[in-house]
Design a protein around this ligand. Structure first.
Ligand code: AMP
Length: 285
């Protein structure tokens, strides 16, 4: 595996490979890699000769300085995992390499970026847009892979790419979970045993709502999820939302339209660790 810190060296390597006919899949991450990240690497490897994984903890997407500080960093361990997975290129740039001058642009990300995470974490999606646009410019991949675990981020990135006409395909990959249902997340390693047990209520609330939907209950789903979390858990709930699948416009407790499709999304804190999860409300397959 090639490891680059310099974007010029990375681009020169990638240009050589592209000249030889190779295509490039790109997986941007903030490191502390787990099986969720690795599923993106695996998918990219089946579709491209070259897979680039970036590890960059982007300061501008953290609205909470404490969250940035405590975010796990374990680059050596990450590089070993990437090697074992057959990743071709790791890109681990410094902040100056990515942003030689600070990006002060306010990105036009539409209404979708104002809701849910956008409302709870002011500036977050602008920071995400800024770093993703920059990384896409540096790597120039054919296709970039994002996890549906961060569903709203995935929708915002699709908006970014279409609004700013960035020539790349965006792929959304399914959420990888622990056997007990907890969505894999780098932040899970910050949880105590008791907090991890609490965190399980996130996926349980989503499953409860999805099962209700599958049984034909199409109204009052937001209340159902919220009541479950308030009654059964000690999590500090930020939101439990039912929204349209493509726009994330609120459905709330209103009837879910079968044509437009819906998704349930949740955000809560277990102690000082903020966690998010979501599930599509789909008919039973
Ligand atoms: P992060 O390092 O948290 O920025 O995540 C990097 C990429 O991995 C993002 O596209 C995430 O959505 C994706 N990802 C994180 N956790 C999971 C998971 N449990 N399953 C699938 N993809 C994930």
């Amino acid at each position: 595996m090639q490891v680059f810190e310099s974007s010029a060296a990375l681009l020169s390597y990638l240009n050589e490979r592209k000249f030889l006919g190779d295509t490039v899949g790109f997986v941007p991450t903030m490191g502390a890699l787990h099986d969720g990240h690795m599923s993106l690497i695996t998918k990219a490897s089946t579709e491209h000769q070259i897979v680039v994984c970036s590890i960059f903890v982007n300061p501008s997407q953290f609205n909470d300085p404490k969250d940035f500080e405590q975010y796990p960093r374990q680059v050596e361990d990450d590089l070993n995992k990437l090697r074992a997975a057959g990743c071709s290129v790791a890109f681990i740039p410094s902040v100056l390499e990515v942003f030689p001058v600070p990006d002060t642009h306010i990105y036009q990300l539409g209404a979708v970026a104002q809701r849910l995470e956008g409302a709870k974490r002011p500036g977050h999606f602008n920071g995400v847009a800024s770093v993703v646009k920059r990384l896409l410019e540096l790597v120039q991949p054919d296709r970039a892979y994002f996890g549906l675990k961060d569903y709203q981020q995935y929708v915002v990135i699709k908006t970014l790419v279409s609004t700013y006409k960035i020539p790349v395909q965006i792929d959304g990959c399914p959420t990888v979970r622990d056997p007990d249902g907890l969505a894999k997340s780098s932040r899970n390693q910050l949880l105590s045993q008791a907090q991890r047990k609490e965190a399980l209520h996130l996926s349980r609330s989503l499953k409860l709502v999805r099962e209700a939907y599958q049984k034909g209950i199409h109204e009052g789903l937001e209340n159902l999820g919220e009541a479950y979390l308030r009654e059964q858990s000690n999590l500090d709930l930020e939101y439990f939302a039912v929204a349209e699948r493509d726009t994330l416009a609120s459905i709330g407790n209103g009837p879910v339209s079968k044509d437009r499709g819906a998704i349930a999304l949740v955000a809560a804190r277990a102690g000082h660790v903020r966690l998010i999860d979501n599930m599509l409300l789909e008919p039973q397959s």
